[in-house]
Design a protein around this ligand. Sequence first.
Ligand SMILES: CC(C)(COP(=O)(O)OP(=O)(O)OC[C@H]1O[C@@H](n2cnc3c(N)ncnc32)[C@H](O)[C@@H]1OP(=O)(O)O)[C@@H](O)C(=O)NCCC(=O)NCCS
Length: 142
Amino acid sequence: MDAYSWRHDLTGVDLEELSHLFRIAPLGNKPPQRLQTVFGNSMFTCFIYDGTTLIGAGRALADGADCAYIGDVAVHPDHQGNGLGSEIIRRLAALAEGHKKIILYAAPGTEDFYLRLGFRHLNTGMGLWSDPERAVAVGILR
Ligand SMILES: CC(C)(COP(=O)(O)OP(=O)(O)OC[C@H]1O[C@@H](n2cnc3c(N)ncnc32)[C@H](O)[C@@H]1OP(=O)(O)O)[C@@H](O)C(=O)NCCC(=O)NCCS
């Protein structure tokens, strides 16, 4: 863990490299300009570097008191299984400490990862998706 450096500021992050990280993690195709918007509008961000190479990221969109939403958490495949994903979540949760709730939805198959970190299932969680058919197809919505 000491070999890595951690940043919590979007300034200086190469958005092409961030987009590449999400593609290979894999967490889908996220164009650099959209990443600028969503990370730029997030109160808390987290980036991990191995030397000069970006190998992990995550963010929390937060209102400063009531609710924080964690999303876009990914670790480079060569570095998965080293505890980095867990540390990203712990750091974002610590930064968002004081919010009444910290919520997220897990990529299908990653539920156990979040359960181990203390997250619990929402009984009444619901969402409006711009492409609900695709969200149903990948297992996010029912
Ligand atoms: C999910 C992800 C962020 C986890 O990062 P990581 O650095 O590999 O996770 P950690 O090393 O901290 O793993 C912690 C524990 O969770 C487990 N775990 C990791 N990924 C898991 C997964 N997809 N499903 C279930 N358990 C998982 C690990 O086996 C580990 O267990 P252990 O402590 O008994 O060894 C990473 O696999 C990833 O980037 N996946 C692709 C993108 C993605 O799905 N992101 C989540 C979006 S909701």
